[in-house]
Design a protein around this ligand. Structure first.
Ligand code: 2BA
Length: 110
């Protein structure tokens, strides 16, 4: 048994969850926050038999898009007497999905 931990964008969460559920994957959806952008994302926990891991990853890959997000640099780069420090905007590419696949020692439902 494996546990897939998938960090995905909120915009993709409903479609991915529905597609996984329709293919009989069990999942738990967690609201999470990215450490860099400090904005909301979604983390899916998917417990799955080893032989179905690739099929789950395929579904995630199909639905998760890469998007550009604009954020401000944490260290202001420009100082002007009139406005003080002006934060520098930077563009980052987020996603499709950040995936971890880990071994599950034991899986029980009680
Ligand atoms: P965030 O940490 O909010 O990162 C959002 C995007 O910002 C990242 O997209 C990446 O393009 C950029 N980014 C992150 N750290 C950066 C840095 N130090 N300098 C410049 N740009 C940076 P993704 O790589 O697609 O990551 C999307 C989300 O996946 C992340 O949101 C985070 O929640 C999760 N994630 C990514 N790598 C992870 C890791 N090694 N461990 C745990 N979670 C991770």
């Amino acid at each position: 048994m494996k546990l897939i931990i998938a960090v995905i964008q909120d915009e993709d969460a409903n479609k991915v969850s529905n597609d996984l559920r329709n293919r009989n994957f069990g999942l738990t959806k967690l609201a999470s926050t990215g450490g860099f952008l400090s904005s909301g994302n979604t983390t899916l926990l998917i417990g799955v038999e080893e032989e179905r891991v690739d099929s789950a990853l395929e579904i995630i890959k199909e639905s998760c898009k890469t998007r550009k997000k604009i954020t401000t640099d944490s260290i202001p780069s420009t100082y002007t007497a009139a406005s003080g420090y002006i934060p520098r905007t930077i563009e980052v590419l987020v996603g499709g999905a950040t995936i971890f696949v880990v071994d599950v020692d034991k899986f029980e439902k009680m």
